[in-house]
Design a protein around this ligand. Structure first.
Ligand SMILES: *[C@@H]1O[C@H](CO)[C@@H](O)[C@H](O)[C@H]1NC(C)=O
Ligand SMILES: *[C@@H]1O[C@H](CO)[C@@H](O)[C@H](O)[C@H]1NC(C)=O
Ligand SMILES: *[C@@H]1O[C@H](CO)[C@@H](O)[C@H](O)[C@H]1NC(C)=O
Length: 169
């Protein structure tokens, strides 16, 4: 009897573990345009250290970002979300930027749900934390990896590939 009970309880615990979380993997492309003053810019410096240039490689520069996110690298492919937040050049050597942003979904599947990400870039590949979410991503935890997929230096249009893995309860 006791052994049977132990087996039942153990099986129930495993069942609970299996349904502990739901994993969602997303592959997204962020379109970042920073042509320094072009009206199409989606990454704009808003603050920096007095007397220093407000550039990506200058410690202390703060950028506000509102990038389109699409499902494929083609900027004309269906938009699924916006990437809205801040980049801050956060190392004295100017090599690392800290990002805090919301991925705000606009597609049918995740309409108005969000994923919050935070972390610093590490060239050439970056991993940041998923620190939370809303809507369908409530209680989200996870990580996102990113790398530059395409860079057009003439127009300063970069396409960043972002793979997001989140667990929600
Ligand atoms: C962002 O997407 C909208 C359409 O959804 C488009 O009108 C706009 O031009 C795009 N912005 C950029 C900078 O590509
Ligand atoms: C998202 O939801 C709003 C209403 O809350 C609706 O107007 C809009 O069409 C929805 N978008 C998509 C892509 O389903
Ligand atoms: C994203 O996932 C794809 C498919 O698994 C992989 O080929 C690619 O290298 C990944 N990119 C990043 C930035 O993690």
């Amino acid at each position: 009897h006791d052994i049977f009970l132990v087996l039942v309880v153990t099986a129930a615990m495993y069942a609970a573990k299996a349904t502990d979380h739901k994993e969602t993997k997303l592959s997204l492309y962020i379109h970042d345009i920073s042509a320094f003053g072009d009206p199409k810019d989606t990454v704009i410096p808003v603050a920096g250290i007095a007397g220093k240039a407000w550039t990506f490689t200058q410690f202390g520069t703060v950028y506000v970002v509102d990038d389109n996110i699409t499902k494929t690298p083609d900027p004309k492919s269906p938009k699924v979300a916006q990437f809205q937040g801040l980049y801050v050049t956060a190392s004295f050597d100017g090599l690392r930027a800290f990002a805090t942003a919301s991925i705000v979904f606009t597609n049918e599947e995740y309409n108005k749900s969000t994923i919050q990400i935070q972390g610093t870039n590490q060239d050439p590949d970056t991993e940041v934390a998923v620190v939370g979410g809303t809507g369908k991503f409530r209680f989200a935890r996870g990580y996102a990896t990113s790398k530059i997929y395409f860079l057009d230096t003439a127009t300063q249009h970069s396409v960043v590939q972002l793979n997001v893995t989140v667990h929600t309860s």
